[in-house]
Design a protein around this ligand. Structure first.
Ligand code: GDP
Length: 536
């Protein structure tokens, strides 16, 4: 197998299971190569035998489950999932995020559960809109970023131009670890800056690197045969080695600097350097903020939070899998945990790890691991599980919707069933559900329109509920808060038909236009209008 030929020590303390964990996501603009890179990373980890399995798996799943037909039709990935694999000394948990921006809420929640991210950039296109947006989310959370400049085998921009763009548009220092030898059809491999090593594109993957005597080495004349190309390349490398920042672990971990790797996911090139880089540089699981204190991964007692619920992973069972990031301690199969929201105990009888093609029962999981917990609606997004402590992890966000629709049920007899179904869909984070105070039908809110399609299909497929959407006069909404209940009551009474409750019973003000929202915000000084809410 391709596994473990040159495992560099992940961390001096690698006997410690937490220090060996790397939990990360890949952020990119659609088409930059996230899926291809994911396949190749899994291939290195021995998690799959053949590249192409990730897509193959997607197709298989989507033919099996109705609602995911949407994904198939439009060729997009709706579902976030996790893939665990081992490479070298490390256990990697790769959290997949939906590519389409309509599911950005899902992506933001997933990013609450990672310790680092790989930013994939198309070498010809540079930083694109969605990369930039996701980068901003990572920055807010101080998530260190490793950059992979992909598609070097195709027409590509000059590497300096790409680095310059990262530096300028993202205000992030760059430290290239490798440097491409030629671009596009002349792409011949990469040179490890300052490392005197070359990885050749045409070498069999396991051949590893070739030692060279710096950039003056005659090998580069062999690799860059076009007239003057080798000399021009040497000048470029001299400039890169002399003029660019060298890698600084502290600056990277603080989110000020990104190490940059060049490669081609499609050609399976540069991927090993990237994964070695993650093992060496990417941080092990970090502490997590809870309401009462910060929780450190080294603490002995198990804690964790749910950031994602996925339904219908197995169409034979109407199961829901809650994805939980373990934040501290050890999760043992069969243990009893406390679900802090309800105060009730919950038996973790079948926690699961997910691999590219399979899932397996997780006998033990450590901080940084993401386990799937099958349940029938007990767990919600944002839930905290502990061994008894009353703490709640913060920061799994819910965003004020950008599109609001009223649900129209074609069969009025099914109102009760619809209520139950909406409760579930809301808890899974498919849509947000608002129950108007005037007793009128429920309103759903989404950030992206495709979420509405998913809801409609799932209500039909899973609950036999045909629905339509009607426009409402409301276009924006905000959660409202105040120092005292009396202030809230005053506001609520003054805005009867524009008030609703979310699934937690929190008051929500719905406005017809952004202008009218602003008007109310100015008029009601004691009320705070918020567009992001922590779950719970
Ligand atoms: P995603 O939308 O970011 O998941 O991108 P994909 O991985 O699906 O890749 C988009 C397209 O780019 C596909 O046609 C890939 O085959 C192609 N692609 C990905 N990586 C490379 C690469 O390194 N070189 C070339 N030439 N094509 C690539």
């Amino acid at each position: 197998m391709l596994m473990q030929t040159d495992p560099r020590p992940a961390d001096p303390k690698s006997a410690d299971p937490v220090a060996r964990r790397r939990t990360f996501a890949i952020i990119s603009h659609p088409d930059a190569g996230k899926t291809t890179l994911t396949e190749k990373l899994l291939l290195f980890g021995g998690a799959i035998q053949l590249a192409g399995e990730v897509k193959a798996k997607r197709n298989r799943v989507s033919t099996r489950s109705d609602w995911m037909g949407i994904e198939k039709e439009r060729g997009i990935s709706v579902v976030t999932s996790v893939m665990t694999f081992e490479y070298g000394d490390c256990v990697f948990n790769l959290l997949d995020t939906p590519g389409h921006e309509d599911f950005s809420e899902d992506t933001y929640r997933t990013l609450t559960a990672v310790d680092s991210a790989v930013m994939v950039i198309d070498a010809a296109k540079g930083i694109e809109a969605r990369t930039r947006k996701l980068f901003e989310v990572c920055r807010l959370r101080d998530i260190p970023i490793v950059t992979f400049v992909n598609k070097l085998d195709r027409e590509a921009r000059d590497p300096f131009e790409t680095l310059d763009e990262i530096e300028k548009t993202l205000a992030l220092d760059v430290a290239p670890i490798t440097w491409p030898i030629g671009l596009g059809r002349n792409f011949a491999g990469t040179y490890e800056l300052g490392g005197n090593r070359v990885r050749r594109l045409d070498a069999a993957d396991d051949a590893g690197t070739i030692p060279v005597s710096g950039f003056a080495d005659p090998l580069f004349d062999e690799l860059l045969t076009e007239n003057g190309a080798a000399d021009a390349w040497r000048e470029e490398v001299e400039l890169a080695e002399g003029g660019l920042k060298s890698f600084d672990l502290a600056a990277f971990r603080e989110g000020h600097l990104t190490p940059v790797f060049f490669g081609s996911a499609l050609r399976n090139f540069g991927v090993r350097d990237l994964i070695d880089g993650l093992a060496r540089f990417a941080p092990p699981p970090r502490g997590q903020e809870a309401d009462k204190r910060a929780v450190q991964p080294s603490e002995p007692k198990m804690t964790g939070f749910v950031f994602k619920i996925q339904a219908n992973m197995d169409p034979n069972h109407r199961d829901r899998i809650a994805f939980m990031r373990v934040c501290s301690g050890m999760l043992r199969r069969g243990m009893k945990a406390k679900l802090v929201r309800t105060g009730k105990p919950m038996s973790l009888s079948a926690p699961q790890f997910f691999f590219a093609q399979d899932r397996a029962i997780a006998d033990e999981a450590y901080a940084g691991d993401v386990v799937g917990i099958p349940n029938h609606g007990t767990l919600r997004i944002g839930d905290t599980l502990t061994e008894g402590e009353e703490i709640v992890f913060r920061g799994v966000p819910s965003f004020a919707p950008e599109i609001m629709r009223r649900i129209k049920l074609t069969d009025a007899m099914k109102a009760k069933k619809l209520k139950e179904a909406l409760q579930q869909m809301g808890e899974e984070g498919v849509v947000q559900v608002f129950i108007p105070q005037d007793g009128s039908p429920a309103i759903v809110g989404v950030v992206g329109a495709l979420q509405l399609d998913v809801l409609k299909e799932r209500l039909q497929a899973e609950y036999g509920l045909p629905i339509d959407y009607e426009t409402t006069r409301f276009s924006v909404c905000r959660w409202i808060e105040a120092e005292s209940e009396a202030e809230i009551d005053k506001f609520v009474n003054a805005h009867g038909s524009a008030m609703a409750s979310d699934l937690d019973g929190a008051p929500v003000f719905m406005a017809t236009t952004a202008f009218s929202l602003r008007y109310e915000e100015e008029r009601w000084e004691k009320i705070r209008f918020t567009d992001v809410k922590d779950y719970q």
